[in-house]
Unconditional design. Structure first.
Length: 150
């Protein structure tokens, strides 16, 4: 009779361990998915913030006509096109594109950014040139869809 109880106890222990492993695996996967979603949300939010900042700066430029209001390093269209092609995004050719690094982003009021961006002030195009895609494979690119006359 004692042997039968030992067998039942051992089976119950094995089943308990298996259930705990399954629960742990589900928890780890859910945690990983949450971290990825959080990072994607942060990337989109920062893209929105950069777009908002450059549109504000463009408005200031149009009001004051001070060229130094448009911060960043002018990029050749061919360089920008290579990045856009990699992201499968089509960019207007006739526009001037600027690269914004950490210092320029600070100038725009974005202190915490760890990324670099390619932007166009005229129509609000913003491309994250460091982290080109989200975890879901979406291109980190935004534009207003409106080209403002210079």
């Amino acid at each position: 009779m004692l042997k039968e109880n030992k067998g039942i106890t051992l089976i119950a222990l094995i089943i308990t361990i298996i259930v705990l492993i399954i629960i742990g695996a589900i928890g780890v996967k859910a945690g990983r998915d949450s971290i990825r979603a959080s990072k994607d949300n942060r990337l989109w939010t920062e893209l929105d913030m950069v777009q908002h900042a450059i549109m504000e700066r463009y408005t200031k430029y149009k009001l004051t006509n001070e060229q130094q209001a448009l911060v960043g390093t002018i990029k050749e269209y061919s360089e920008v096109k290579n990045i856009a092609d990699e992201m499968k995004v089509t960019l207007p050719e006739q526009l001037t594109y600027y690269e914004l690094r950490r210092e320029e982003l600070k100038n725009l009021g974005l202190e915490e950014s760890e990324y670099e961006y390619i932007v166009n002030y005229d129509n609000g195009i913003v491309i994250n040139s460091k982290e080109k895609f989200t975890n879901k494979g979406e291109a980190l690119y935004k534009d207003t869809g409106v080209i403002i006359n210079k």
